[in-house]
Design a protein around this ligand. Structure first.
Ligand code: AMP
Length: 214
C-alpha cells in the first residue's frame, strides 16, 4: 500500500502515520523527521535546512525531491510506504508522480486529514518533543514526568522552535498558500479521501484502518 497523509501541520499526520506504519508493516517516511535528524547531525543538508525550518519556511523543492528519490529507492519501500509531509508544493507533487511512474509503483492512496486552524494552534503549542529521541508528547501526557517515556532521557522535553506561536502561524500561512493547492492538483487526477482529524488518536486510527483495509 502506498499511502500519502495530507493535512496542515499539527493535524496529526505524524502520529497516525507511526501507528499505521507499525500496523501495516510499511515504512513511515516523514520529510520533517529526516530534516530534523539532519539538523541534529549538522550535516550539509541540516545546515541548509535549519534556519528555514525555524522560521516556518519550506526547504527548497530540489532538495526535498532529492531526499524523497533516495528514500523511495530503498528496498524497504518495495511493499509500500506512508508519506507524511511530502509533497508540500505542486512542483513536488508533479515530481513525485513521475518518480512513482519511473519506479513502476502503484497509484497513491491519498488521505486528507482536516482540522480547524484554531484547534491546530492549540494542539501545536501544547506539544513537547524529547530532544534525545524526538518523540512528541502532549503537555498532559508528560505532566509530572521527568524522564522521557520513550527513551528514558532525563529532563529532555522542549518546545520545538517551529512549534512557537509566531512560527505556527507562519507554517499555517505557508500551508494555505503553497501546500493546499497540492490537494486541488490531486483532486483533479484521483480520489482523495477526506476525514476529520479531530478526535482521539485511536478513534481516527480505527477510522483510517477501516477505510484502508476494506
Ligand atoms: P513537519 O514536521 O512535516 O511539519 O516539517 C517541519 C519543517 O520541515 C517544515 O516546516 C519545513 O520547513 C520542512 N519540510 C518538511 N517537509 C518538507 C517538504 N516536503 N518541503 C519543504 N519543506 C519541508
Amino acid at each position: 500500500m502506498q499511502l500519502l497523509l495530507f493535512g496542515a501541520p499539527g493535524v496529526g499526520k505524524g502520529t497516525q502515520a507511526k501507528l499505521l506504519s507499525s500496523k501495516l508493516s510499511i515504512p513511515h517516511i516523514s520529510t520533517g523527521d529526516i530534516l530534523r535528524q539532519a539538523v541534529k547531525d549538522q550535516s550539509e543538508l541540516g545546515k541548509k535546512a535549519e534556519e528555514l525550518m525555524n522560521r516556518g519556511d519550506l526547504v527548497p523543492d530540489e532538495i526535498m525531491i532529492g531526499i524523497i528519490k533516495d528514500r523511495l529507492n530503498k528496498i524497504d519501500c518495495n511493499n509500500g510506504f506512508i508519506l507524511d509531509g511530502f509533497p508540500r508544493t505542486e512542483h513536488q507533487a508533479i515530481e513525485l508522480d513521475s518518480l512513482l511512474e519511473e519506479l513502476n509503483k502503484e497509484v497513491l492512496t491519498i488521505i486528507n486529514l482536516i482540522a480547524q486552524e484554531n484547534e491546530i494552534i492549540k494542539r501545536l503549542g501544547s506539544r513537547r518533543a524529547c530532544k534525545i529521541c524526538g518523540k512528541i508528547f502532549t503537555l498532559k501526557e508528560i505532566e509530572g514526568v521527568s524522564k522521557c517515556p520513550n527513551c528514558n532521557a532525563s529532563n529532555s522535553f522542549y518546545l520545538r522552535d517551529d512549534d512557537k506561536q509566531e512560527v505556527i502561524r507562519k507554517r499555517l500561512k505557508v500551508f494555505r498558500l503553497e501546500t493546499e493547492p497540492v490537494l486541488e492538483y490531486y483532486k483533479k487526477k484521483r480520489k482523495v479521501i477526506s476525514i476529520n482529524g479531530l478526535g482521539s488518536v485511536d478513534e481516527i486510527n480505527d477510522k483510517l484502518l477501516k477505510i484502508l483495509l476494506k
